[in-house]
Design a protein around this ligand. Structure first.
Ligand SMILES: [Zn+2]
Length: 375
């Protein structure tokens, strides 16, 4: 009996061991400290290989992910979907995965796993991303989770009206109450009930990325950012405030408006409601007026078409906000939302401008300058 069983066992163990020594989808950093238990280590390395295969197909079943959990966190692993691709170098596998470390956590059978996505150009390593995932040992395999719950494990929580704030330090209650009231107002604009939002109150874009598992992203040099999951009413703010009116407009548009929606016009509504890049709508409008006054001979359609910005402020979105402001004042929000309903491209925007405002490239400059003087 014994002699028959042993070769059979080896049949099952050997392929695992072979994969463990040469995982196909990643290399292992010489500095990585892997679990001492060789069976556990093999399970981890084999499972990680399967996870890296499946990560590029979110929503598809995978034995290495908890699909029920991911239904409640649609952002899940989105930051590493096809992150190996370099558009610049036209190479879908330019950035190679490297397992950098495996860190045992306090919770039983749970590990923090660090992955690097690194390319090689002219002999120089190019780091695209350093990313964290959580691995849980299920005895037959590892299942991997986004790092979110681990990163925010010591955060505080508080409901303010309909807003469930999750925050690491302190909560500005006056701003939180103002945002809750704004949420109710915006819901009214969309003819909806106020959404009960889970608001991840991050200090800046870098902290928001860490909540999403990203320890380092070569493309993320900015300070402000928002993200959301409209199906689970998750709202992430990387602006260091419980107030983020601009992105709340995008959230409601995503959740309640049927497609297509013209994004440039949606930006106009967000500018109207809360300005852009931390500047109020009044400031944005002031910037546009100054630009028009400083460039009397310029056709504003050119600035609009080329999406000219002054600092971070987009003149195009400010013009869209100005147009929407008049619609809202005269005909109310339902009509303004009609203006957003156009294909999400230049042709869709031009069609919407023509249908709702009678604007053409030929009369645009004169019309907008008149509106600016009147506003
Ligand atoms: Zn925006």
């Amino acid at each position: 009996m014994k002699s028959l069983l042993w070769p059979l066992c080896l049949l099952f163990v050997l392929p695992l061991a072979a994969v463990a020594q040469s995982p196909s989808r990643y290399t292992i950093s010489p500095l990585a400290k892997l679990p001492a238990d060789s069976l556990l280590k093999t399970r981890l390395l084999v499972s990680l290989d399967g996870f890296l295969r499946d990560k590029d197909h979110p929503g598809q079943p995978s034995v290495y992910m908890d699909t029920a959990y991911l239904r409640g966190d649609k952002m899940g692993f989105e930051e590493i979907v096809k992150v190996e691709n370099s558009a610049k170098r036209k190479d879908t596998g330019f950035y190679k995965v490297q397992l950098q470390n495996v860190i045992k956590l306090k919770q039983e059978e749970t590990f923090l796993i660090k992955l690097g996505f690194v390319g090689l150009a002219d002999g120089q390593p190019v780091v695209r991303m350093i990313y964290s995932i959580i691995g849980k040992d299920r005895k037959d395999r590892f299942v991997f989770y986004p790092a979110r719950d681990y990163v925010i494990k010591d955060w505080k929580q508080q409901w303010v009206g309909n807003i469930h704030y999750l925050y690491p330090y302190t909560l500005d209650m006056a701003a939180a109450r103002r945002f809750d009231r704004f949420n109710t107002t915006v819901a009214g604009w969309f003819g909806a009930k106020p959404v009960k939002l889970h608001y991840y109150h991050c200090s800046d874009a870098q902290e928001l990325l860490r909540v999403k598992g990203v320890d380092y992203d070569a493309n993320a040099s900015y300070m402000r950012r928002g993200d959301s999951d409209k199906d689970n009413d998750i709202f992430m703010s990387g602006v260091g405030s419980p107030w983020y009116g601009h992105d709340l407009i995008h959230f409601y548009c995503d959740k309640f408006l049927p497609r297509p929606v013209n994004r440039a016009m949606e930006e106009g509504l967000a500018y109207y409601a809360d300005g852009g890049w931390g500047e109020s709508y009044a400031t944005c409008l002031g910037i546009l007026k100054k630009y028009a006054a400083d460039h009397p001979g310029e056709d504003l359609y050119r600035a609009f078409k080329n999406n000219v910005s002054v600092g971070d402020i987009s003149l195009k979105f400010t013009i869209n906000a100005l147009l929407l402001e008049e619609v809202i004042r005269r005909q109310g929000f339902p009509k303004a939302l009609e203006v957003l309903k156009a294909e999400n491209n230049d042709a869709g925007l031009e069609q919407s401008l023509h249908t709702h405002f009678g604007l053409t490239p030929a009369n645009f400059n004169e019309n907008i300058r008149k509106r600016l003087i009147a506003s």
